[in-house]
Design a protein around this ligand. Sequence first.
Ligand code: NAP
Length: 396
Amino acid sequence: MSRSIAIWGATGSIGQQTLDVIRRHPHEFEVFALTARSASDQLIRSCEEFRPRFAVVRDHAVSELVSKLKGVNSKTAVLSYRDQSALTEIYAAQVTVTAVTGAAGLDSVVESIRAGSRVLIANKEPVVMLGRLLQDLIHKHGTAVLPVDSELNAIFQCSGGLSGGQFQPFQKIAGLRRILLTGSGGPFLKTELDALIHVTPQQAVAHPIWSMGAKISVDSATMMNKGLEIIEVRWFFDTPPEKIKVVVHPQGIVHSMVEYEDGSVLAQLGSPDMRIPISNTLFWPDRRSSGAEFLNLTQLSGLNFQKPDFIRYPCLKLAHAVARAGGTSAAVMNASNEEAVAAFLSSKIHFPCIARVVRESVERLGDHRVESIEHIQAADAQARIVARESIQKMSI
Ligand SMILES: NC(=O)c1ccc[n+]([C@@H]2O[C@H](COP(=O)([O-])OP(=O)(O)OC[C@H]3O[C@@H](n4cnc5c(N)ncnc54)[C@H](OP(=O)(O)O)[C@@H]3O)[C@@H](O)[C@H]2O)c1
């Protein structure tokens, strides 16, 4: 029997790859809702092909979407993100994929967990922001939450995910010594440090291995992406930050590893194609085809692993400190990073200023005990104000 699925951020890189996996298994899912920010041609094409019951966009795009869908598809009702009561039905879809970029995806993560959907989380920023609160929410509602992010999915597969049905999200891995979190190092792994001030947004989003949305591509170039993942792993696998080690692995074939107390190291390998972790979570605990190329081990030129250089990647060093501090500092780091990346992408600041903006916000706002989601949202809003002040000072 097919299961209803809601895809939040359906027009993006993860959203479209999810639809591609679904396209290969047409009888497994009924696409119930697709969401995006704007009424883009991509959203119209996806609504035409998958005929969801609902399409959700931000307020400004509702009337445009209604008129664009006329004559294309009369089955799809258009909703705004403000229609919270109407969204309740969508949050309760049997399966939810959260693939909005940034803190804007917070509601879709929280509400679908509350509604008891099976939630496949790609949208890492809300996990980083909420930390222990998310852990509490999942335990309270008994929701099945699975990680789509390739590194977390690799850890999932190398731990409880292997035991077919036994995995409990946000719980410890038994016998764990360390989690080895791999990252490619992004496009500037070998760029002269002095030249980083001149790199352009186009160069930063041209990731050597993965094809992703603009924000996460810049995060990969600064390695803030790995920093966010340290915090994501910290909560998802209930692991103290000192047991999480980042390893630079330029080929992007080993997606992360779990080292156990007996000396065993389990790794998950695969082509760098997000359809693999997407398919893994869509069908878990079964395995179905994803459309990704199979690895040809004898064709690989080699697999290299090296320590990260904290001078090249100051965001990674900062994230380590934030992971240890806990509290609201993770939300502050995340929000100021979102602001700094947006400023860099619109050529307002130089690439190395991203780390400076984030550091200033974290230092100025400090960290406070997390008490509620509203408390986190207030820290996020405050961090954006402080980050914009720094951006103003550093603007080109
Ligand atoms: N791409 C990857 O390979 C990858 C891997 C691991 C984890 N992730 C994580 O997955 C998430 C999505 O990444 P992505 O690369 O797929 O991003 P993306 O290509 O930029 O797509 C973002 C999606 O979110 C929607 N969106 C953006 N801002 C929004 C807002 N304010 N309100 C409502 N919808 C909004 C976009 O709609 P519009 O098209 O209308 O703007 C689009 O559908 C991120 O958290 C990222 O860190 C991505």
